[in-house]
Design a protein around this ligand. Structure first.
Ligand code: NAD
Ligand code: UDP
Length: 311
């Protein structure tokens, strides 16, 4: 039995990871400040004697004894990370310093949940890990993008300078049950709008693309990376390479929900990436990982979840 700390454990990805690691017989410590995560997400785990929660902000130091740390704490949706951009950068940067300091002190393995946003508005397609990115350092997305880039820098400097056992994954758009219904991301927005027959808000002309990975696939990718051999440090892309235009996602969700919603167009947010699709050959080869869940199947489960969220 391993003792595993998951920061951001009450969030969307974190809560699924907590469940999986608990089901596999580990002792899980879930840390969260509940900025975007909820106690509801982890309620089903609270009866287990091997599940513990701690309310804490990773911008402040932490003293616990664990074998592994998954560092997931950070708001991920643009409306949430732009709500208090200074806190977002602090969470990424001070948070990384604190969690790396903890890992160093207790000699724990630590995994960083980085993001496809480190590639910014990419000029190469699909994006592989060698690409250094095209990121605006002073725009509204910069608190998140540059914060996550700096966190990667810190991870690699702790690796080089202190021989820390690090792992860095770059997560691409992930969706599924337990996403916050109001978190503003495209899948949750479109499904909630479709289920309530409200207008579907496509930003811009909808020709921008994203590639959507279902949560169950992502959790396996994260676990495989954490359990990989010591020499494997990343960064490694994790995501589903099936690329979709946002307008096509809107139509698919309208169809799948038999919705009466109409598509309307709203302004495209500043610096919204035009195309995004992961090259996952390294994850495939090194972690023996690739997504197995088709977007229609993942959406079906996600729609079922959001049906339970309508008051
Ligand atoms: P989420 O917002 O649902 O979860 C983030 C969690 O971190 C929340 O529970 C929140 O309350 C917590 N948190 C935020 N700031 C904190 C702080 N200072 N101290 C402690 N807890 C804090 O988002 P998610 O989709 O589950 O994302 C999890 C991680 O994965 C994030 O680091 C995100 O950047 C990364 N990621 C997610 C996606 C995606 O598509 N979901 C894509 C790329 C990267
Ligand atoms: N988007 C949209 N309507 C919405 C929410 C998002 O058209 O109601 C678009 C957004 O402009 C972007 C894509 O969907 O092009 C994905 O947005 P999201 O916020 O989910 O994640 P991102 O990949 O931009 O971080």
């Amino acid at each position: 039995m391993k003792k595993i700390l998951i920061t951001g454990g009450a969030g969307f990805i974190g809560s699924h990871l907590c469940k999986k690691l608990l089901d596999e017989g580990n002792d899980v410590l879930c840390l969260d400040n509940y900025f975007t995560g909820t106690k509801e997400n982890i309620k089903e785990l609270s009866d287990s004697p091997y599940f513990e929660t701690i309310r804490h902000d990773i911008c402040f130091p932490l003293y616990v004894e664990v074998d592994q740390i998954f560092n997931l704490a950070c708001p991920a949706s643009p409306i949430h990370y732009q709500h208090d951009p200074v806190q977002t950068t602090k969470t990424s940067v001070h948070g990384a310093i604190n969690m790396l300091g903890l890992a160093k002190r207790i000699n724990a393995r630590i995994l960083q949940a980085s993001t496809s946003e480190v590639y910014g508005d990419p000029e190469t397609h699909p994006q592989d890990e060698k690409y250094w990115g095209n990121v605006n350092p002073i725009g509204p997305r910069s608190c998140y993008d540059e914060g996550k880039r700096c966190a990667e820098t810190l991870f690699f400097d702790y690796y080089r300078q202190h021989k820390l056992d690090i792992k860095v994954v770059r997560i691409f758009n992930t969706y599924g049950p337990k996403m916050h219904p109001n978190d503003g991301r495209v899948v949750s927005n479109f499904i909630m709008q479709a289920l309530t027959n409200k207008d579907i808000t496509v930003f811009g002309d909808g020709k921008q693309t994203r590639s959507f990975c279902y949560i169950d696939d992502m959790v396996i990718g994260l676990k495989n990376m954490m359990d990989s051999d010591e020499g494997i440090i990343g960064p490694i892309n994790l995501g589903n390479p099936t690329e979709l235009k946002i307008i096509d996602l809107a139509k698919l969700i309208i169809n799948m929900t038999n919705s009466k919603s109409k598509i309307i167009h709203a302004d495209l947010p500043k610096d919204d990436p035009v195309r995004r699709k992961p090259d996952i050959s390294i994850a495939n080869k090194t972690l023996n990982w690739k997504p197995t869940i088709e977007v229609e199947d993942g959406l079906k489960e996600t729609i079922k979840f959001f049906q339970t969220q309508i008051k």
